[in-house]
Design a protein around this ligand. Structure first.
Ligand SMILES: Cc1cc2nc3c(=O)[nH]c(=O)nc-3n(C[C@H](O)[C@H](O)[C@H](O)COP(=O)(O)OP(=O)(O)OC[C@H]3O[C@@H](n4cnc5c(N)ncnc54)[C@H](O)[C@@H]3O)c2cc1C
Length: 404
């Protein structure tokens, strides 16, 4: 066993997805004042799902101060899970059993919807159905996971408890227990977002970049956005999809921006067969998670730190990735890999693992989407459904779950 080697030529600080093919999105400059039904601030995965949904029956402008996909979307490891960071049993204690059940079922539906949209729109983004293996750790041990598996199964979710002997025999993993669940997925988040933005553009949406929204002023009829292009954007409604770059006007009670790290091995890394179809994560703090890409790379992340700036520290990137590689080596000693890419990013957390999706208090016609937790992309789907339903005058029955 040689384990991981950090090569001199490793693509330090560069996300794997930055080199994906097919990321082209046609952008415009904001050369004159425009007026639209809906303005979306941000051009990441949240804006992409939103723009694709709304541009079918609204005029839409997407505005980003950077090129599209330059925010946390390009950094995402894109485990597309319906399992929320907080187990169902723990979430029930926080928000009540009925709401926790709705939150889990809504996430499950969102992953199904995401898969359907990718097929309908024929987006090539390496989407692959995956099981998930959630390993007992220091945050939730085997007894807690056994109870969790029962609670999920009672809700009709496809989860079952795996005993240590099975875990060793089937997966070669030495832990006190795990939950095996069906129905998740993985893919390339940048190609997914680019495909959705292109779909929106084909339906008439304008994608403006670089344009920074400096201020939003609302009145009874709509919102005026003041931009650094010197030209205003008038809109019937504005939706802030700014990721973890929280707009000043949007309160974020209980939310925290932290730093997180990830790495990708070289393509065609030899791995056990089951790993190709399984996302792996730990009930531990800090936790390790991993999955494989379509071209046989291991994509591994974790080592979260409660700092909004640590992700920019180059020396820390090397240390964190060495720790992630060590942990992986301990978990799967049979896997040998070379690190090809390593990167870091900002990440938003809430105490429940649920996102914040809803109207901006004190600002008429304004909405904000903040997809906290390890399910940020799942929440981008849910946000596009909740906000578009509200704008169409048919409020979503789960909207209350995501009001911060
Ligand atoms: C390392 C890492 C791993 C992750 N892994 C997963 C995972 O496995 N699964 C998962 O579901 N989620 C994961 N996430 C979270 C997920 O990636 C995010 O929730 C998601 O990318 C957020 O997308 P977004 O579109 O909301 O924000 P972003 O992609 O950050 O886009 C926001 C955009 O808004 C623009 N903007 C901000 N302010 C303004 C302004 N005033 N004017 C104009 N433009 C503005 C920014 O330039 C940016 O482009 C991960 C995140 C990181 C960092």
């Amino acid at each position: 066993m040689t384990g991981a080697t950090l090569k001199r030529d490793l693509r330090t600080g560069r996300s794997l997805w930055a080199d994906s093919p097919g990321l082209g999105v046609h952008t415009r400059t904001l050369g004159k004042a425009i007026s639209v039904d809906v303005a979306i601030v941000g051009a990441g995965i949240s804006a992409a799902f939103m723009a694709r949904e709304l541009s079918r029956d609204h005029s839409v402008a997407v505005l980003d101060r950077r090129p599209p996909l330059s925010g946390s979307t390009i950094a995402s490891t894109a485990l597309l899970q319906w399992e929320i960071d907080l187990p169902l049993t723990a979430l029930s204690e926080r928000i009540g059993a009925a709401s926790a059940k709705r939150a889990y079922l809504r996430s499950r539906r969102a992953i199904k919807d995401l898969k359907r949209i990718v097929v309908e729109e024929r987006i090539v983004c390496g989407l692959h159905d995956k099981d998930t293996l959630y390993l007992a750790g220091d945050a939730y041990g085997h007894r807690a996971l056994e109870a969790e598996a029962d609670a999920r199964a009672a809700l009709g979710l496809e989860s079952r408890y795996i005993r240590p002997a099975d875990l060793r025999d089937r997966f070669g993993i030495d832990r006190t227990g795990a939950i095996l669940s069906r129905g998740s997925a993985s893919g390339d988040p940048a190609r997914l977002a680019a495909g959705l933005l292109r779909r929106a553009a084909a339906d008439g949406a304008g994608i403006y970049s670089p344009v920074e929204v400096l201020e939003a002023v609302s009145d009874p009829d709509g919102v005026t956005l003041l931009t650094d292009a010197g030209q205003p954007v008038r809109a019937g409604a504005v939706i802030f999809c700014c990721g973890y770059e929280f707009p000043k006007a949007v309160p974020t009670p209980g939310a925290e921006v932290i730093s997180t790290w990830a790495l990708a091995s070289k393509s065609r890394t030899p791995c056990p067969r089951w790993l190709k179809d399984t996302l792996l994560w730990e009930a531990a703090d800090p936790y390790l998670y991993l999955r494989m890409s379509r071209d046989g790379r291991l994509i591994v992340g974790g080592e979260d730190e409660a700092s909004s700036t640590a992700h920019a520290d180059r020396a820390k990137l090397k240390r964190k990735c060495a720790t992630i590689a060590e942990k992986l080596k301990r978990l799967l000693p049979m896997v040998e890999f070379d690190i090809d890419y390593s990167w870091a990013g900002a990440f938003g957390e809430s105490s429940t693992g649920l996102p914040s999706i809803g109207p901006v208090p004190g600002m008429e016609h304004a909405w904000a989407v903040m997809g906290f937790g390890g399910n940020g992309i799942t929440y981008s789907v849910i946000a596009s459904q909740i906000v578009s339903s509200a704008l169409r005058g048919k409020p979503d029955t789960d909207a209350d779950l995501y009001r911060s």
